[in-house]
Design a protein around this ligand. Structure first.
Ligand code: APR
Ligand code: ZN
Length: 358
């Protein structure tokens, strides 16, 4: 089958047609991909922002159809439609038991287990998935069953960007009705954060992006105001009287905009770091400002979501027309075009590219 392999840091993805799968083990599920989103985190593995071992089949935002299940699997059967979760939700470890499945203890083990075979060697898929492949094997804890009538292209977006962004607004920031929100970055994650803030009832939502066309698009998803970074202070003054926003969500992963999000939040407000920055990048805070501003600075992993309950909720919001998934797909591609999709994302030309495996 076909799969896109990252052989070394900074290399183009190599799309091969001679990749196979390991034998299906106990507790594992064999899935045929129907769609995969291309997320910035894939690019961040390629450029070293997110450190991972190579060679690796990239892709962690996908949906497909279960082909076969290994011994002991009870959650799904062949024929089920599933979202692939890039973090397992094993239901047994400490984090899962305390309702923080997004921190599941099994993430590392699942992520490092190789399920692809290339040139006779077993290699892993990104985060235990590898959705840039026609088929994959993953742990039962990484699949979430969905109703068969929902198109799998939009379902694939739930696998990362939408859960991450909507979850950051609803679960992490806990945006309240009538509040003011600023979102930095209008890619798949930022647009989802804007939608999450809208669903939560925010009164004003300011979208900030350096690409003008993104700002126009952001308005269609619920942004009430938009600006480029240079105009942020002016908009902050207009919208909040200079006090700052109740919530600031950083969906880029850049130390400058992380600091910018903290500064954009009001005293007593909340800044959430959703974007993934480099291990070597640092953000400076002085020792006085946390006391004086009483601000909350929160991290957000996978939208602080329990995937088993939150993903079905997102699809119910979609069914009722409250979450727009269709318009987030701004480019449809084949696996062969994945390197082009990376370039388009780097230039800020797309909200989401989606790979079609049909
Ligand atoms: N100021 C303003 N906007 C910026 C800046 C900046 N300094 N740098 C990038 N942007 C904008 C881009 O123009 C783009 O619209 O941020 C957006 C990022 O979108 P994508 O590249 O599509 O990334 P996305 O998939 O949304 O992921 C965002 O979340 O999950 C993490 O690893 C992921 O860190 C990444 C972030
Ligand atoms: Zn992602």
């Amino acid at each position: 089958m076909k799969a896109a392999v990252l052989n070394e840091l900074g290399a183009d993805l190599q799309v091969r047609d001679d990749v196979s799968l390991t034998d299906l083990g106990a507790g594992e599920v064999h899935v045929k991909l129907v769609s995969s989103g291309v997320c910035h985190s894939d690019l961040s593995v390629q450029n070293g922002t997110i450190p991972m071992g190579f060679p690796l089949v990239l892709g962690h935002e996908g949906a497909g159809i279960v082909q076969e299940v290994g011994p002991g699997v009870t959650d799904v059967v062949a024929g089920d439609h599933v979202i692939l979760s890039f973090v397992p939700a094993c239901r047994k470890c400490g984090p899962c038991e305390r309702g923080q499945a997004y921190l599941c203890d099994n993430s590392m083990t699942v992520g490092m287990t190789p399920h692809f075979v290339v040139d006779g060697n077993p290699i892993a898929g990104m985060t235990g998935l590898g959705t840039f492949a026609e088929e994959l094997i993953t742990a039962e804890s990484c699949v979430v069953k969905v109703d068969q009538d929902i198109p799998l292209d939009i379902v694939s977006l739930i696998g990362c960007g939408v859960t991450t962004g909507v979850g950051a607004a609803i679960n992490t920031a806990e945006v309240t009705p009538g509040s003011s929100v600023v979102v930095f970055g209008c890619g798949g994650v930022g647009i989802s954060a804007i939608q999450g803030a809208r669903i939560a009832g925010a009164a004003e939502i300011l979208a900030v992006d350096m690409v003008e066309s993104k700002l126009e698009q952001a308005k269609n998803f619920g942004a009430t105001h938009v600006c480029t970074p240079d105009a942020l202070d002016q908009l902050k003054a207009e919208i909040t009287g200079g006090e700052g926003f109740d919530y600031a969500l950083e969906c880029i992963g850049n130390p400058v905009t992380i600091r910018g999000a903290f500064d954009a939040a009001r005293r007593g407000g909340t800044a959430v770091v959703v974007g993934v920055g480099r291990l070597t990048d640092e953000v400076k805070f002085n020792a006085f400002e946390f006391f004086f501003t009483d601000k909350n600075l929160r991290g957000s992993m996978y939208g602080s979501a329990n995937v088993r309950t939150f993903m079905p909720k997102l699809l119910r919001l979609w069914r009722q027309g409250k979450l727009d998934l269709e318009s987030m797909i701004t480019r449809r591609i084949q696996l062969d075009d994945v390197n082009d999709a990376f370039q388009a994302m780097e230039k800020g030309e797309v909200i989401r590219s989606v790979i079609d495996y049909k």
